[in-house]
Design a protein around this ligand. Structure first.
Ligand code: HEM
Length: 535
């Protein structure tokens, strides 16, 4: 006989009260948790955390309590926020064996279906098997193999910018799709509206909307997933159903394509085809399991790469057809060049001094000022201001003697860390590449890299090397050939970009208007030549 809570609302209410009481009892301990705001009974600090830009509120709480580590109770979940490098170093890096788990993401994993994604897996053998694929395929020596594809995509990007500069955000998305689909799956991207990219964009929108634990109450109260969806407040279930299919398709569709083309003998060399060859040759008894790990890991790589160049609409759910509002690390680069023309001129001079005007830049070019621009892009507005939350697997007193219970959600506030003036120098709210340079213009090796933009400890982003080089080659190619200025309104007055960002697990600059035009006829000719060669 089947039974559902909808048949007995009284029982549902009683279960609710019992559930809260047990959780409250279990989490009520007289041990020195880090300081934090006093909460309300049962729900704790749920109302102390805003629904958007939580990183600002966490940094403010740190200032209020005079502590770089704070704690919150979100409906029974202990959440520890680390607002400094000292705290993330001490816990997430030095004690990474204890702090590399992930919290239970009920909405993202169980309801929306991202359980295949390496980034949201619980720490353990399954995660290790997936992470191994990244270690093998995205370590720095392997990333060198991806450079020809990155260079070609950067040059195609220049041609597209020349043809339709106002669509720069769309061109970044195309560039990202071109690199990742060709290196990972050997797929040639369509010039417009590529079906693979469209699937990934929609799935990533679901990730951006559900990845910050706490955006949906069901993350703190998992039993809500069983409440029938005619109850008020269960709209999350409809959203989850809408996203689930596309999220499952994201790793599956391109992987199936590779398998079909291998069977037909038409597959191009790619990470997927090479590793599938290795799996076949290994004659391992669990080839199916290995293929599943590969499929999932490559899906996560595909998403990881697109996430910094991808196009998402804030209201994509309301208007999926118009999913055309691009936002990204490259969006941040364009925003910085628009707002800080003096930085753009210095960067162009640095490129010209090394590259001259007779060719386009290449990965061999050593231009420290561009290295500094890329670091500043990552620092100024991190794509993931709260990284991805970690979780503790055992009780710990490892930082300042504060108690961090097993199961606590541990959040590294990358935004606060990257804004710290003691680490990165004054005026961290401004875009100043010079902060990364010595007086003689070299990269200052004494400075901490902006690695907090890529997370922490054993879970740090395995694609960071590839990501940084992709941003580098696009930035240097654009600076060599184009000027970027503020767009003018109908009265000829420059339009100031708002500088606003979307809020979520992934944050993107709200698209801004700017004028992009070739620096010279010689630059235009170089772009056209490269376009012909790239075809
Ligand atoms: C600007 C670009 C990128 C940024 C800002 C970024 C940022 C991050 C952050 C903050 C995390 C969470 C780390 C943590 O839990 O502490 C992460 C994880 C991850 N990233 Fe990236 N990422 C970028 C590009 C990429 C690329 C290019 C790839 C793939 C080639 C990738 C694949 C992944 C994967 C698979 C994880 C999960 C790692 C794990 O949980 O073990 N990312 N990324």
């Amino acid at each position: 006989m089947s039974f559902s809570l909808s048949q007995s609302p009284g029982l549902a209410l009683a279960s609710c009260v019992l559930y809260f009481t047990i959780r409250l009892f279990c989490t009520w301990r007289r041990k020195p948790l880090p300081p934090g705001p006093r909460g309300l009974p049962l729900i704790g600090n749920v109302f102390d955390v805003p629904k958007a830009r939580e990183w600002l509120a966490f940094a403010e709480m740190g200032r209020k309590y005079g502590s770089d580590i704070i704690s919150l109770n979100l409906a029974g979940d202990t959440v520890i926020v680390l607002n400094s490098l000292a705290a993330t170093d001490a816990l997430l890096d030095e004690r990474s064996a204890t702090f590399s788990d992930r919290p239970v993401f009920t909405m993202l994993n169980d309801l929306v279906g991202f359980h295949w994604h390496t980034g949201f897996m619980r720490y353990g053998p399954r995660w290790k098997a997936h992470r191994k694929v990244f270690i093998q395929q995205f370590q720095p020596s392997e990333v060198l193999l991806h450079r020809p594809a990155e260079l070609q995509a950067a040059r195609v990007l220049l041609g597209r910018l020349l043809d339709s500069p106002s669509k720069f955000e769309r061109h970044f998305r195309h560039m990202a799709g071109m690199v990742i689909l060709s290196t990972v799956y050997g797929i040639d991207i369509q010039p417009e509206d590529d079906p693979h990219v469209k699937i990934a964009e929609k799935a990533l929108h679901a990730m951006a909307s559900t990845g910050n634990r706490g955006s949906f109450l069901v993350d703190s109260l998992p039993f809500l997933q069983y409440v029938p969806d005619f109850f008020p407040g269960t709209g999350f279930q409809k959203l989850a159903r809408e996203w689930r299919k596309i999220v499952a398709a994201m790793p599956q569709v391109p992987f199936d394509y590779v398998k079909r083309s291998r069977a037909a003998g038409t597959a191009r060399s790619s990470i997927a085809s090479r590793v599938l060859d290795d799996i076949e040759e290994s004659r391992d008894s669990d080839q199916e399991g290995q293929e599943e790990v590969l499929r999932n890991a490559l899906g996560a790589a595909y998403g990881g790469y697109l996430q910094f160049c991808v196009t998402l609409l804030h209201d994509v759910v309301a208007d999926p057809a118009g999913a055309d509002t691009t936002v990204s690390a490259l969006g941040t680069f364009m925003l910085a060049m628009t707002i800080y023309p003096e930085v753009m001129r210095k960067a162009q001079a640095a490129v010209d001094a090394v590259v001259g005007s007779g060719r386009l830049p290449d990965f061999q070019d050593n231009i420290p000022y561009i290295d500094a621009v890329v670091r500043e892009v990552l620092r100024w507005h991190p794509v993931t201001p709260l990284a991805i939350p970690h979780a503790a697997t055992e009780d710990s007193y490892a930082y300042k003697g504060y108690y961090i219970p097993a199961g606590a959600v541990v959040v590294g506030n990358s935004w606060a860390i990257l804004q710290d003036e003691e680490t990165f120098g004054p005026n961290t709210d401004q875009f100043i590449p010079e902060r990364w340079l010595t007086e003689d213009g070299k990269i200052n090796s004494a400075m901490r890299e902006p690695s907090a933009a890529f997370g922490f400890g054993r879970r740090i982003c395995p694609g960071r090397d590839m990501a940084q080089w992709s941003i580098w080659i696009c930035a240097v190619s654009i600076l060599a050939t184009f000027d970027i200025t503020k767009a003018l309104d109908e009265n000829g007055v420059p339009i100031e970009p708002s500088g606003h960002y979307s809020s979520g697990l992934l944050c993107y600059p709200v698209p801004h208007e700017c004028d992009i035009f070739p620096r010279s006829e010689a630059a235009r000719a170089l772009i056209r030549d490269a376009q012909v060669n790239a075809c």
